[in-house]
Design a protein around this ligand. Structure first.
Ligand SMILES: C[S@@+](CC[C@H](N)C(=O)[O-])C[C@H]1O[C@@H](n2cnc3c(N)ncnc32)[C@H](O)[C@@H]1O
Length: 251
């Protein structure tokens, strides 16, 4: 009998019971923190976010260097993973698509990277506005755990990938043991206070660490990816497993 803990179906900000209400809550939350998001992200991750975006992009150098490859960066937020992916594209490449449902986050991406070869699209990752087999690579950094239904989110990514297409999800993780305890202390106590003070949005910086604690552990997430049909599913832990990259291929 499988004794692993039940996996949460998806993100649920405090007090929300339905997927629709949870999604609206998450969108409003990112709209509210967008003005301070970048500053806080760099500060609270101690600058590691930049290293992790680059490392993730490097993992897909093979597909990115193909000019005709179609690339979707889901939950792109203010566009920093999108920009890291773009650095590895040849000059004549197809534009990357950066998609997010928060107007305020996307506006910041547009103004930060106004001349970049990117199409910024406002849309919902749970209902992508693309036909089956539209992309060769779908990435997401620190966005996937905010989806209100992980299994359906994976199915939607699978649907829009071409056969042979790749998925790359960079997500935070809660390490086990002593490291997990230290990480939990920082995440549950330091981050909400600092984030709340600087952004003025205390509830948002309560939700963010909670969403990491609720997110499936690597073995559970890999199982979900396999169930969605991905092959060669693997997780590469970054910095003592505080974050990591999930990869897989649609055969
Ligand atoms: C923590 S931010 C990450 C942004 C960026 N990828 C980064 O690495 O900084 C999560 C982003 O996911 C977006 N998001 C959450 N759920 C979404 C959904 N269902 N559809 C589209 N975007 C979503 C939010 O609006 C937010 O911009």
């Amino acid at each position: 009998m499988d004794k692993s803990p039940a996996v949460n179906p998806g993100a649920r900000p405090k007090g929300e019971t339905s997927e629709a209400a949870a999604a609206e809550h998450v969108r409003d939350l990112f709209d509210s923190i967008a003005p301070r998001y970048d500053v806080l992200n760099h500060l609270l991750s101690m600058g590691l976010d930049r290293i992790w975006w680059r490392r993730t992009a490097e993992s897909f150098r093979g597909v990115l260097k193909r000019p005709e490859a179609r690339v979707l960066d889901l939950c792109c937020g203010t566009g920093d993973l999108t920009a890291a992916l773009l650095r590895l594209r040849p000059g004549d490449a197809e534009p990357i698509t950066g998609l997010d449902f928060s107007t305020a986050m996307l506006d910041r991406a547009r103004s930060k990277y106004s001349f970049a070869n990117v199409q910024w699209v406002q849309g919902d990752a749970m209902h992508l506005p693309y036909t089956d087999g539209s992309f060769d690579l779908v990435t997401s950094a620190f966005g996937f755990r905010n989806l209100t239904n992980y299994a359906e989110g994976l199915a939607e990514i699978f649907r829009v990938l071409t056969p042979g297409g790749q998925i790359g999800i960079l997500e935070a993780n809660q390490p086990d043991g002593v490291r997990g305890w230290g990480y939990g202390m920082y995440f549950q106590h330091v981050l909400p206070v600092l984030g709340g003070l600087i952004s003025g949005q205390r509830a948002a910086y309560r939700y963010l660490p909670d969403s990491v604690m609720r997110f499936p552990r690597p073995e559970q997430m890999l199982r979900m990816m396999r169930d969605a049909g991905f092959q060669q599913s693997a997780w590469d832990g970054y910095l003592l497993r505080a974050a990591g990259l999930y990869r897989g291929v649609k055969q």
